[in-house]
Structures are given as C-alpha cells and as structure tokens.
Design a binder for this molecule. Structure first.
Ligand SMILES: [Zn+2]
Ligand SMILES: [Zn+2]
Length: 350
C-alpha cells in the first residue's frame, strides 16, 4: 500500500510499503479521507515539533520516518483476534489520541491528559495512506447518516468542541474568536451550537471572514482595518466580552484576546504560540482567567449525533479535495501558499 512518510522538514515521501501484521488490540482501516491539519503543516514546513526522531513514543513505539495524518476516517478491513468493539466492514472515524489506560488521568477519564498522550499521525503511524493500523479504541462507528466527507473533519471539530466545553461560555454570552483557520471556523460552529449570543470573529483574510459570517458569526472583523477592541466594547455595552478564544497562535492575537475581555472574563488558548509576553498587572487587576485546551475527550459520540441529526455540516469548512499522489503539491503546498484554504482533504482510494 502507498503512504506518505515524514522523513524531515520539506521531506514527505510517498512510499510503497507492506501492510504490517496486526498486533493485539489493533484494527486496519481502508482510509476514505485524511485531512491536512495545521500541525501537519508545521511538521512539514519546519519540523520536527511533535514527531519523535530519537526516542520512540512510549505507546506507539515509533520514531520517524512515520506515516503522517491524524484526521482520518474509512472502513475497517481487518481486526486483531482479540478485538470485540468493532467489526470488519464498519465505517469509522478515528479519534487519534494514544492513551495508556493506567495512569491517574486515564483512570479519572481524562485520557487526553494521559502521561503518554500522543497522536497517531504525529507520534505514531497515521492515516495519509491507503490503509492505517490503529488501536481499536480509537474507532467510532459512523451512523448511516454521517458521510465520510463529514467524518473526515470530526477530529478538528472535536478540538473545537472540547475547547468550548473547557470554557465558561454560557448560553447568550458574547464570545470573540481570534484566528479563522479550520479550528477558528469550527469554534464559530460549536459556540453557536452551545448557545452563544453574539459571536464576533476576527482575522485578516477576507475569504475567512466571509465563511465565519456564513457559519454564524454576527460580526466578522478585519483586524488590519478595524479597531477590534472598540468594536467589541460597542457590542457589549462598553464592558467587554465574557469569553474569547485564541486560535491563531501569535502574540498579537494573544494580546487581542485578552484586551476584549470584560473584568473576570476568560480567554481560552487553543492556538500554539511558542512563547508570549503577558501583562500580568492587567491580568491580575481585571481578574482575568486563561484556560487552555488540548485535544479532546468524550466528544466524538456527541459530534456524530449532531451531524446525523443535521445540526452540524462539517463539509462547510472543506475547501479542496486532492488525490493521495497530489497531497504535497496540491495539499501541503497549496495550504502554505494560500490563506483562503481552510481544510484540505486527501482522498487515498482512487
Ligand atoms: Zn488536527
Ligand atoms: Zn494514561
């Protein structure tokens, strides 16, 4: 089978590789779609960031070169003899978090905080391939009403839903979302479903602002031309927003997401900023709260139910679908070159 192996920065190789035998607890999935994530782009552009190159990941046992891609779905084609949770032929989407099942966090149910947490497709072999081998616990069977085109976006949608659940957002609350890549757009959708009042979305790319408006943002602000803080104050009776989400990963958006908050407000950090400076005087004086969110836990069943019920259409964030062979030229490179691209899906089966 063919798979994209990460060998190093700017060095993804489509290689023909033998299907490896399944080990205890594993399943083999014929991949229908695999999305390209912002974290994949980071690994491609100037990695490694999360990909293990010297020490094998404790749960996957893998180091680079490994198969990239963690946002995937497909059909189960084989199961190890001890697997009882899923059957061959099942249509599944993959929740790609490795978990040990034994540490204090896993035992408490917070498996996204597992001491050995990692992602298939970053810390072990993933799904940008014709076939993927993963632990069976990662598979969620799709209701008939959920198409693969939707299921392929479940992973980033899970990130957004978990982030909203980590926040103190109450029904009717105004919230401000900074950064309208895939995660930011999905945050708009999840905040709306969670009953947010006014959703204010902020970016610098017109196409992204237009999509956020379409997905339910009451106001979409171009930070290059508009005074975001003044606009949020005007929308909130002069006090500021109770909740903001930072999904861009820059110092400017980090600052912006704190500036728009009311006293006692909360910023949820979802974007990856290597290092930021923080006005701690302002933070303390206004009794602000900074929350962060990593991955997801316990959100896939709810997400799939929302899609099946027609309340959520994740295909709205997909801007392009490309064949496996073109994943780098028309996928990774296209996304790095155009900020109009939101979510690109790779389709490995012909
Ligand atoms: Zn992702
Ligand atoms: Zn654990």
């Amino acid at each position: 089978m063919k798979a994209w192996f990460w060998h190093g920065a700017r060095d993804l190789r489509l290689e023909e590789t033998a299907s490896r035998p399944l080990q205890r607890g594993e399943i083999r999935v014929a991949v229908a779609y695999c999305g390209i994530c912002g974290s994949d782009l980071h690994e491609y552009a100037d990695g490694p960031h999360s990909i293990p190159v010297t020490q094998p990941h404790p749960l996957s046992g893998r180091t680079a070169p490994l198969i990239i891609g963690h946002e995937f779905c497909g059909t189960v084609v084989e199961i190890a003899p001890d697997v009882t949770s899923i059957k061959p032929g099942a249509r599944v989407t993959i929740e790609p978090e490795y978990r040990c099942g034994r540490c204090a966090h896993c035992l408490a149910g917070a498996y996204n905080l597992c001491v050995a947490m990692g992602f298939a497709g970053l810390m072990g072999d993933g799904g940008m391939a014709q076939e993927a081998v993963v632990p069976a616990y990662m598979a969620h069977e799709l209701p008939d009403a959920v198409a693969f085109e939707q299921a392929a976006v479940a992973e980033p949608a899970a990130v957004a839903l978990h982030a909203v659940r980590q926040s103190r957002l109450q029904a009717g609350d105004t919230c401000v979302i900074f950064g309208l890549g895939a995660i930011g757009q999905l945050l708009v959708m999840m905040a709306r479903l969670q009953g947010a009042g006014k959703i204010i979305a902020v970016d610098v790319v017109p196409a992204r602002l237009a999509l956020a408006r379409q997905l339910g943002a009451a106001l979409a602000l171009d930070a290059r031309h508009e005074d975001v803080q003044a606009a949020v104050l005007a929308q909130t009776g002069g006090v500021g927003a109770p909740v903001s989400f930072e999904a861009a990963g820059s110092q400017a958006t980090f600052d912006g997401a704190l500036q728009v908050l009311r006293k006692g407000g909360e910023m949820v950090l979802v974007g990856l900023v290597p290092k930021v400076t923080l006005d701690s005087f302002d933070l303390v004086n206004r009794e602000l709260r900074i929350t962060s969110s990593v991955g997801y836990r316990d959100v896939y069943p709810d997400l799939l139910a929302l899609i099946a019920a027609g309340k959520l259409d994740l295909s709205q964030v997909v801007t392009r679908t490309v064949a496996l062979e073109q994943a780098v030229t028309d996928g990774f490179e296209a996304q790095l070159q155009s900020r109009d691209e939101i979510k690109i899906l790779v389709q490995p089966q012909g």
